[in-house]
Design a protein around this ligand. Structure first.
Ligand SMILES: [Zn+2]
Ligand SMILES: [Zn+2]
Length: 689
């Protein structure tokens, strides 16, 4: 009788801190295949694990071998495609495979505090039989719409593909991308396959899922995003694993959804920065979605009105197929009319430019809805003393405090947007004693207040991170907007995405110049996408839409392209710039970020890292050196957060392959450095440098 040893993923700590373990299976148990879930004893409790590999013997010492408590028999194994994707992601992003994969398994099923996994699973099997995730918002069932010629073309392209292919669905706002998604999903289901739909934001998950449910009332649709109640999340995930739910709608971690027999992957708003994870394993879900399509040999649709420059370049190079939808789907809808308001010359009313204030008034009289966008939450970004120039700064960060109205609506408080520290507002300037402290600039709260003074009869609502903290809050605001209970909705990026209000005819944009001035190399690409998206909220149905953008820089080329709503011109200009500067997509980047209590520790670590890299590059066996460029360590844009000094080191590779080969060799050495006082991580394809 020979034993079966298993390599099992339990959690990230298992491999990163304590080294590896192997697990032995009791002799009477059959050896489970990779992907099978098992229960292993862990710190006086149990944990859920996934079998990675089964082998007849173990290379480890006896004290590194534990026994398995049981196999979760009634769960199918994770699909092989998911295991493959996780292992690809772990290699590419230089992350731990456990961190990558197990973060997509609902915590409800794997947590060990208070309850054991066994208990959780047992209680799930007993009590949670009814599909809690089905008790969601229900729309009346919908049937396929009559297609526009361009929608038909996209769907027939999809039908023609027999294997892996990526289509970049470039459709203007309101062109009917969702209808294409729904009919593409229908085609996949007809072939007996499953479908995965990714959206960038939690708030969009439920909206799209409701539309999917309305179209496929006979199907179980699983939604996966972090705001869903733990039990419902676990139920949705299990229904997917068991093949009961054939459609998954979710945010980035849903790219690892346990769908078997995948026939279609859709990434909506593929340009959106939220697809990149900014902590833990820094995966990019859009890129992994393409890889998932490759592994499952199925079609991938990347949808956007303003594709990322990476995807655009891929389409230009013929790696992706460009699928255009240049007109709005609604018969009478035209693209909104965009105008700039030069705030250097325009008169102002209550801090709003006169033309915008006037336009808002007219909409109110006509009983039409308006949206006013500003990219800053809180009351004001800065509180200062006009007498001596003192500014309220966070003690822990190299950043100003933002002024917020207290939730009770009485008084104000200071909040740091970097470390979340809070402080009462001083009665007088701590330097000169001046009692007139002045808020500078404006955020959503101040804007809301000003709008209320300007239009006292208007029903005004605000949607930002502060007003939507409670579960269901954003849904309630959107529902009120939908049913006409709100005249003017003001807010941050949250209001820019995906929503479709028939009676909305005016969009105002404030404070976009600060985004244009950002040192980030993606600033213009992002601003163009954001403004097109927010502008796209206006006039989606019968009535024409108007968009008014306040700026002090009306001559900037980006605004010229925006007025013409010419994405192609913008992409072309920005890609030339990127090529000249040697930036992605023409090169591949990685960054190491280090933080420590002192600058010298963080910088010192990166200097050592730089030295190791130079050695590696001079190594005659290192074949990649000509294609690698190494920069000097420098402080990050906000050099200190929560009393930690933050530095970064940028590495540029001629191509992804060259960069990956180099990173692999370098990281082996880097991980041996003593770094007790420094926390660091690697970010491949960083969004910000
Ligand atoms: Zn002062
Ligand atoms: Zn702070």
């Amino acid at each position: 009788m020979h034993s079966c040893y298993l390599q099992i993923l339990v959690n990230v700590h298992l491999f990163s801190k304590e080294g590896g373990f192997d697990f032995v299976l009791p002799e009477n148990m059959a050896c489970p295949p990779p992907g099978k879930f098992v229960i292993v004893p862990w710190a006086r409790s149990w944990k859920l694990g996934v079998v990675l590999k089964a082998q007849p013997e173990s290379q480890l010492q006896a004290d590194r071998i534990r026994s398995v408590s049981g196999v979760v028999e009634d769960w199918p194994a994770l699909p092989q495609a998911v295991l493959k994707l996780a292992s690809f992601a772990a290699d590419y992003y230089h992350a731990n495979v456990g961190e990558v994969l197990l973060s997509s398994v609902p915590e409800f099923l794997s947590r060990s505090s208070n309850f054991s996994v066994k208990h959780n699973i047992a209680s799930y099997l007993k009590g949670k039989r009814k599909n809690t995730f089905l008790a969601q918002q229900q729309l009346p069932s919908s049937s396929p719409a009559v297609l526009t010629p361009s929608q038909t073309q996209v769907l027939s392209w999809l039908r023609q593909q027999q294997s892996f292919a990526v289509g970049l669905l470039w459709g203007v706002t309101g062109s009917g991308k969702t209808e294409v998604y729904l009919q593409a999903v229908a085609a996949a289901l007809t072939q007996g396959k499953t479908a995965l739909l990714l959206v960038p934001e939690i708030a969009l998950t439920e909206g799209l899922a409701a539309q999917v449910r309305a179209r496929f009332p006979q199907e179980q649709v699983a939604t996966m995003s972090s705001n869903i109640a733990p039990g419902a999340r676990a139920a949705a995930w299990l229904a997917t694993l068991k093949g009961q739910a054939r459609i998954v709608v979710g945010t980035r971690s849903a790219v690892f959804a346990p769908l078997d027999n995948l026939g279609l992957v859709i990434v909506d708003e593929e340009h959106d920065a939220s697809y990149k994870q900014q902590e833990g394993a820094r995966i990019h879900a859009r890129d992994l979605a393409v890889m998932r399509g490759r592994i499952s040999n199925c079609q991938v649709l990347l949808g956007s009105a303003t594709p990322s420059l990476e995807s655009w370049a891929n389409a230009q190079a013929g790696r992706y197929t460009l699928l255009r939808m240049p007109t709005r789907a609604h018969v009478n809808a035209v693209l909104p009319h965009i105008e700039l308001i030069n705030t250097k010359v325009a008169a102002s009313v209550q801090g709003l430019s006169e033309p915008l204030a006037h336009a808002l008034k007219i909409r109110l009289e006509r009983k039409e809805q308006s949206l006013v966008f500003i990219n800053r939450r809180g009351f004001a970004p800065v509180l200062c003393c006009e007498a001596c120039g003192w500014i309220a700064d966070c003690n822990n960060c190299s950043a100003h405090f933002a002024l917020h109205r207290a939730s009770t609506r009485k008084g104000y408080k200071l909040i740091c947007h970097h470390c979340s520290a809070q402080q009462a507002v001083a009665q007088a300037c701590p330097v000169c004693g001046n009692k007139d402290l002045l808020p500078k600039g404006q955020g959503t709260q101040k804007l809301e207040e000003k709008l209320a003074q300007l239009l006292p009869n208007a029903k005004i609502a605000r949607m930002d991170r502060d007003s939507t903290r409670r579960r269901g809050a954003s849904k309630a605001i959107l529902a009120a907007m939908e049913s006409g209970l709100i005249d003017i909705l003001t807010g941050t990026q949250m209001i820019a995405k995906g929503h479709d209000f028939e009676n909305l005819t005016l969009v105002g944009v404030l404070g976009s110049d600060s985004l244009l001035m950002s040192p980030d190399f993606r600033a213009e690409e992002r601003l163009f996408a954001l403004l097109m998206q927010v502008a796209g909220r206006a006039g989606r149905a019968e009535r024409p839409g108007q968009v008014l953008i306040e700026t002090r820089l009306p001559r900037h080329p980006l605004f010229r392209e925006l007025l013409a709503q010419d994405y192609e011109a913008s992409a072309k200009r920005l890609l030339v710039e990127r090529e000249n500067l040697g930036l992605p997509p023409y090169t591949s980047l990685a960054v190491i970020r280090a933080q420590a209590s002192s600058d010298s520790a963080a910088q010192g670590f990166l200097t050592q890292a730089q030295l190791l890299a130079s050695e590696e590059l001079q190594n005659p066996h290192c074949s990649t050196s000509p294609g690698i460029r190494l920069y000097h360590p420098r402080p990050m844009a906000v050099p200190r957060v929560a009393n930690q000094a933050r530095w970064q080191l940028l590495i540029e590779g001629r191509s992804r392959l060259v960069l990956q080969n180099f990173l692999q060799a370098w990281l082996l050495k880097l991980r041996e450095l003593k770094t007790a006082k420094v926390r660091w991580h690697m970010d491949v394809d960083p969004l910000e440098i």
